[in-house]
Design a protein around this ligand. Structure first.
Ligand SMILES: [Zn+2]
Length: 70
């Protein structure tokens, strides 16, 4: 069972990473040069193909965020 304190910190971490992710997507879509925090390769935007969603990802795939374009 998770105690209240650790649950709170977990919640905060999720919020933080959600915010960071949004910010990262914004920057990449604005054409800014952003590097992956893990492998330090440049992160690029791959536009959606057919019925697939667009993704923001680095070469190695450790950053791989699917975009909800709807
Ligand atoms: Zn990476």
């Amino acid at each position: 069972m998770i105690d209240k304190a650790s649950f709170k910190s977990l919640e905060k971490a999720t919020k933080d990473s959600f915010f960071k992710q949004k910010n990262l997507i914004k920057q990449v879509l604005a054409g800014k040069h952003v590097n992956c925090r893990i492998c330090h390769q440049v992160i690029v935007f791959e536009p959606p193909k057919k019925d697939k969603t667009g993704v923001v990802r680095c070469k190695k795939g450790c950053t791989d965020i699917e975009l909800d374009m709807s």
